[in-house]
Write a protein of this length. Sequence first.
Length: 133
Amino acid sequence: KKMNKAQLNQIHVFEVKPEEKSKVRGVIQIENENSIGVKIKLSGDLNYSVVKDMTSLINQSLDSHEFLIIDLDNILSLDISVASALEDILKSAARGKSITIMLKRDEIYSMLLSLGILDLFPPENIKIIDGNK
């Protein structure tokens, strides 16, 4: 299902302070951890309509930070275009940047594993989140 213009306008990027984390809900969130790293939290149903914004946001974060954490804990669904965009980002980010991915061992994990996308991460940069939190 494609998102219409009104839904696309609801996608926001947030600079989140630790005390505000529980107040923010959205598809793409930025949580600045410190000056050298950033955490990007993706949530909801991710499809082709968010690829451009997601790619731009991740690339900008990689340009200005030494490390990046991509949190997929709250992803409900992920289509192949988003997975492909993540793969492209990871392949082009091999310029001395550290990228860690956080996700549950669920359908999203299985999809990324079967597409070989998780193979682009060093094993220590794949953080499996317990789904019972």
